[in-house]
Design a protein around this ligand. Structure first.
Ligand code: AHM
Ligand code: MG
Length: 337
């Protein structure tokens, strides 16, 4: 009998499922439950991307006619994406609590099951105001373990933990291709959805953010209402203080803006503004997962003064100013601002 070797015509393929199983082996005592949990996310995001890809052809574009807990008008796709994630994740026995941008209160699932040890916090469709004009949107997620001694009846306590306690985090960008990026705290890995086979395939192993980039990414229309040091910092980038004159890119979908920053380096900022004194981005399901990935890829993420992952949250939908990116730009920001 001859031993099987990969033939030259078939490149070795690693699916996200295989990768998760490998990563799971690094956790002492981990069982298959964690990979089963993550498969709920990959399944849901495949369903979401299928809807996003056909958005102009079905009756899914536009507003739902409801204002969500953030005071923002919900798009039909926000509602669909939320329902799909809740549906897929509720089927995972290991999950006890789900918290979403679209739900005011955290949802208790599997009440009473002692096997439920994880909480998943997510923004089902980030940047959804871009959807009608065919611009990239995304899903962000963060996974936390139930803290010691906290019961199933205290769902808030499951999720009000600093970002440093995340055991995994990631996002999916529905862009020119669909890409899933995740980390379990051992590096950052990216998988491109192959639409022909319906599987996420490893395309970006061990992603590292460049030490310095060429772009800054911020909504400059609010510049007059940024704290003055932020506006001056942007002037430094433009003026060549860091050895190059920066150009700008701003999509208005955090996931897409961060994905570019991860691949190309640079800095993404959502500072405090006159209308949003705490910034606009939500700590638990937007800033935390992105900060986790930024640090895992060798970058930095702060709220202007402190590390995002050290913030102790006090409410589920709390907002935070957010600055994330390459080491060189962030070191200068911390010195200057
Ligand atoms: P959303 O969660 O309601 O979609 O809002 C978050 C989005 C981010 O993706 C993006 O960075 C930001 O809002 C853009 O806001 P602005 O239009 O103020 O620049
Ligand atoms: Mg969002």
């Amino acid at each position: 009998m001859s031993e099987h070797t990969d033939s030259a015509s078939v490149a070795p393929i690693v699916t996200v499922q295989q990768h998760i199983l490998q990563e799971q082996k690094r956790f002492p005592g981990a069982s298959g439950e964690f990979s089963w949990l993550l498969s709920g996310i990959t399944m849901a995001t495949k369903l979401i991307q299928a809807k996003v890809r056909r958005a102009g052809l079905s009756d899914i574009l536009g507003e739902q006619g409801v204002v969500n807990v953030q005071g923002e008008v919900q798009q039909k796709l926000d509602v669909y994406s939320n329902e799909v994630l809740v549906h897929c994740l509720s089927a995972r026995e290991s999950i006890g609590v789900l918290a979403s941008e679209e739900n005011e209160e955290p949802l208790l699932v599997h009440k009473g099951s002692e096997n439920a040890n994880y909480a998943v916090v997510f923004d089902p469709l980030d940047g959804s105001s871009n959807i009608d004009v065919n611009v990239s949107v995304g899903t962000t997620f963060s996974i936390l373990r139930r803290p010691e001694g906290v019961s199933l009846n205290e769902p808030e306590k499951w999720v009000l933990q600093p970002g440093s306690k995340q055991i995994a985090a990631g996002y999916v960008v529905y862009g020119s291709s669909t890409i899933l990026v995740y980390s379990v705290g051992k590096g950052v890995h990216g998988f491109t959805l192959d639409p022909a086979v319906g599987a996420y395939i490893l395309s970006h192993p061990n992603m590292r953010m460049p030490e310095q980039g060429n772009y800054y990414s911020v909504n400059e229309a609010y510049r007059d209402s940024f704290p003055p040091r932020y506006a001056e910092y942007i002037e430094r980038l433009r003026g060549g203080v860091l050895g190059r004159k920066y150009s700008s890119r701003y999509i208005g979908s955090m996931v897409a803006d961060f994905h570019r920053t991860l691949l190309k380096g640079g800095v993404f900022l959502y500072p405090p503004t006159e209308n949003n004194r705490e910034g606009k981005l939500r700590l638990l399901y937007e800033a935390n997962p992105i900060a986790f990935l930024a640090e895992q890829a060798g970058g930095t993420a702060i709220d202007g003064t402190q590390r995002i992952l050290d913030i102790r949250p006090s409410s589920i939908h709390q907002r935070t100013p957010f600055v994330a990116g390459s080491r060189v730009e962030l070191a200068d920001f911390e010195r200057f601002v």
